[in-house]
Ligand binder design. Sequence first.
Ligand SMILES: [Zn+2]
Length: 267
Amino acid sequence: MLTITAINAFNDNYIWVLRQDSQQTVYVVDPGDPHVVLDYLRKHQLTLAGILITHHHNDHTGGITALAAHVKQTTDQILAVYGPQREAIQGINQPIDPTQSNTLTLPFIDAPIHILSVPGHTAGHIAYLLDGALFCGDTLFSAGCGRLFEGTPAQMWQSLSLLAALPDETRVYCAHEYTLANLKFAQEVDADNAALNKYVEQATTMRAQNKATIPSTIGLERAINPFLRPLAPTIVNSIKSKFCDQDLTKADELSCFALLRQWKDIF
Ligand SMILES: [Zn+2]
């Protein structure tokens, strides 16, 4: 069985640890901070087999150099660092081109890993899917999605649509605990969504108890995440009243998604 645990980093980042059965050798996803990872490894007497990177932002990659140096120093091994070939990331020695290869097998991990190309937040953003667990970095968040720093709304919409088409039970391990802030915006635009309102109560309770709301699931996100349901009637009406100067008579998914993302940027 694959066990996935979170290491908290910075204010709201999650660094995910992948451990197969009772192996002492683990992988981490998006280690922005090396110190919390080293502390965790030490505390649980684990060694690092490799790193999986989703995109180039420093809060996801900042630990690569120090972790590779640590492995070199303690075991004289070269740490395997996987990540998107399209992005200039120092320390990646296993570059992934999602257009060429979409499956990866890793030592110490039983399930094959499917690579998904999900540009939008950054130009070369990739996601990893294994054993029903999706590591999607800053593409899909619970009740939200990443900002469009490098991609177009069309690219992000296509990436989110790809993720939304995964089975409902797929667990979503995004890289940030942004859920409550995202839910505020979701309620602003989708006020009469009963599933959303119910989930706001649940998530509020979880955060009050200092529990992570991540992983979410694709099924939950399809029900509550406004960025996956831009044509829901309430959302379309909200967009029409917010952007009343625009002609939205022929509003389609992409134009509604783009306006929602624009609205969230200033919310
Ligand atoms: Zn990012």
